[in-house]
Ligand binder design. Sequence first.
Ligand SMILES: Cc1ncc(COP(=O)(O)O)c(C=O)c1O
Length: 209
Amino acid sequence: MLMKYRLFTPGPTSVPEATLLELAKPVHHHRTGEFRAMFNEVQTLLQYVFQTTKTVYTITGSGTAAFEAGFVSTVQPGQKVLNISNGKFAERWASYAKTFGTDLKDIKLEYGQHIQPADLEKELKAAKYDAVVLVHSETSAATVCDLAAIAKVVRTTSPDTLLIVDGITSIGAMPFKMDEWGVDVAITGSQKALMLPPGLGSSPCPTGP
Ligand SMILES: Cc1ncc(COP(=O)(O)O)c(C=O)c1O
């Protein structure tokens, strides 16, 4: 009997058959008007997913590659970065920020906890940060933060501080309003809520540090 292969992971999620059938179609030439039209349509649809009017940069790589691209495009070595660590993925971003040579403060919380907006406000009043980095949905600990409230604190307490959000398992799966909330850089991966194969990471972000 042919057994159906099933993935029981938080992503890659199962790719719907209709998508698999699309993938089976002949490839388009990537330097044609036809491809350009498709690319522009995908851009518009991704802007809807992120709820943003910013350009969404999609790269061939996983979500981690998109994070790295978004991070190094907006933060410079030596700049002050505040990372909120409450799980494996948040810890990964702390190690990136450190390796990249930023002046990192890493707030370490118990897995399952998230920073309270009032605590973040205190932190932002005590020191000036160039960027705050956090994970919206920390998959390793199944924790979602109140990103709307957190973003409001950043925007009102320290308007010039960039808010960089790993939305890899939240964007497309739960409300995410990049422009309305004031998120500067957001990241997702094709294999999560978008239910595509892994290998594409998307990140709308401002251009240049
Ligand atoms: C919250 C979060 N961040 C980052 C990643 C890493 O994403 P990728 O495997 O696409 O590099 C994952 C993967 O599960 C994740 O859930």
